[in-house]
Design a protein around this ligand. Structure first.
Ligand SMILES: Cc1cc2nc3c(=O)[nH]c(=O)nc-3n(C[C@H](O)[C@H](O)[C@H](O)COP(=O)(O)OP(=O)(O)OC[C@H]3O[C@@H](n4cnc5c(N)ncnc54)[C@H](O)[C@@H]3O)c2cc1C
Length: 380
């Protein structure tokens, strides 16, 4: 099937207008990192985005953790992904003139004896040396029950994602590379020479719409399995916590006795905003370990764009080579986004390839069953 034959991908003769290379839809973490990665390779981009309830990046606590705690393993490809992420955000901090990155150890509270034993075993393994501290924490939080043993995770921290996106937005509104408005799918027209959306002519369109993508037929065959999450901001004057506390839930120090408490995972009821049930769950967990005063300052909720196989989604629509997607950042978007934004940017510059593990082509069968069309390996 030729791309232009697709009934859902309309065509039009291009008219002279504003010319750019890549039109990006969505200014969350995916859209922002891809735009910068493309600009670093000399491409001209424009982002169309507008705030929508349920967007993940506006509420995310932005933490990265080099480990997964259940079996105490390294996080997926952490040795490759983390250095790229830290370099990227450091360069972005300099570009935007802000401080948005903070390294902070994680104070892991072992849930049981076997977790402690596993921790001692991992401490002997060279592969974990960079991430597990053999030292005990020098300072412990106040008014928190610490009956179980603890360990310290190194090379963790958090990115102030809302501040990053706000600053990037401010810069882009000034230089015209971000338009704050709704992207209407019916207004895009593909032609053999490119595509047009209103007065913008581009070579490529890349959708970076997080969990919102599951509602539109172009990519609704991809197995997005979104997870709603609630998160609270608390004022806890007596806790004096200096690391990220993790006991199945987390307490993240923000400074000035303010902390983030999170996060819930709700896979069935996907509320676009915060929920009373989520708040109650978080406070119940918090109050089982913390005995002191606190005040709830804020309560937010959003939906994570998680994928069935927990891998990001990069690729091109099998019926339209000019239509790409960068999505599926899931629960660890901060660590994953820069590496794959760079990979996708290189592909869009015809200097790289998409790895099979993250290429949407891995869902070829789902596409064919869902649409009744054969998968086409489109060429840029
Ligand atoms: C409670 C919670 C806590 C989290 N904590 C962490 C954490 O600690 N660490 C971590 O790494 N990750 C965390 N995450 C996950 C992280 O937020 C996501 O991986 C990441 O933010 C996803 O970014 P995105 O750009 O794909 O999607 P989004 O942030 O949802 O962005 C999509 C954007 O597209 C826009 N958009 C969509 N459709 C249109 C349209 N038609 N027109 C205009 N604009 C449109 C939306 O408004 C939105 O701005 C958390 C998520 C949640 C919900």
């Amino acid at each position: 099937m030729k791309a232009t034959d697709s009934p859902s991908l309309p065509t039009l003769i291009m008219q002279a207008n504003t010319n750019i290379d890549v039109l990006i839809i969505g200014h969350g973490l995916a859209g922002a990192t891809l735009a910068t990665a493309l600009e670093q390779l000399g491409k001209k981009v424009c982002i169309i985005s507008q705030p929508m309830p349920g967007a993940a990046s506006q509420v995310a606590s932005g933490m990265w953790n080099p480990l997964t705690f259940r079996l105490l393993l390294k996080s997926w490809r952490v040795d490759e992904l983390l250095p790229v992420a830290l370099n990227f955000y450091t360069a972005e901090s300099a570009r935007l003139g802000i401080s948005m990155l903070q390294n902070l150890d994680i104070l892991r509270i072992f849930p049981d004896e076997s977790a402690d034993i596993r921790w001692q075993e991992r401490l002997q393994e060279p592969a974990f040396e960079a991430y597990l501290s053999p030292e005990q924490p020098t300072s412990l939080p106040h008014n928190i029950e610490l009956k179980q043993k603890q360990g310290l995770v190194k090379q963790a921290g958090w990115l102030n994602l809302p501040v990053y996106l706000q600053k990037d937005r401010d810069h882009r509104l000034v230089d015209g590379s971000l338009l704050e408005q709704a992207f209407e799918f019916n207004d895009v027209h593909f032609s053999p020479d490119g595509l047009r959306w209103n007065n913008i002519c581009a070579q490529q369109l890349v959708l970076c719409r997080g969990q919102f993508e599951r509602h539109h037929p172009w990519f609704n065959w991809l197995p997005l399995k979104p997870a709603q999450g609630d998160i609270l901001t608390l004022h806890i004057p007596q806790i004096k916590l200096e690391q990220i506390y993790n006991a199945g839930f987390f307490i993240l120090p923000l400074g000035n006795d303010r902390y983030r408490l999170g996060a819930t995972y709700e896979w069935e009821q996907l509320a676009a905003g915060p929920t009373a049930a989520g708040k109650a769950e978080l406070l119940a967990k918090f109050e089982t370990v913390y005995h002191g005063t606190y005040e709830v300052l804020d309560h937010q909720g959003g939906i994570r764009p998680t994928v069935a196989d927990r891998r990001p989604l990069l690729g091109f629509h099998p019926a339209q080579a000019r239509l790409g997607i960068f999505n599926g950042l899931g629960t660890k978007g901060v660590m994953i986004a820069p590496y794959f934004a760079r990979q996708f940017a290189q592909v869009l510059c015809a200097t790289g390839t998409i790895e099979d593990e993250v290429n949407i082509k891995r869902f070829k069968k789902r596409y064919e069953q869902h649409t009744g069309s054969r998968w086409n390996d489109v060429a840029l």
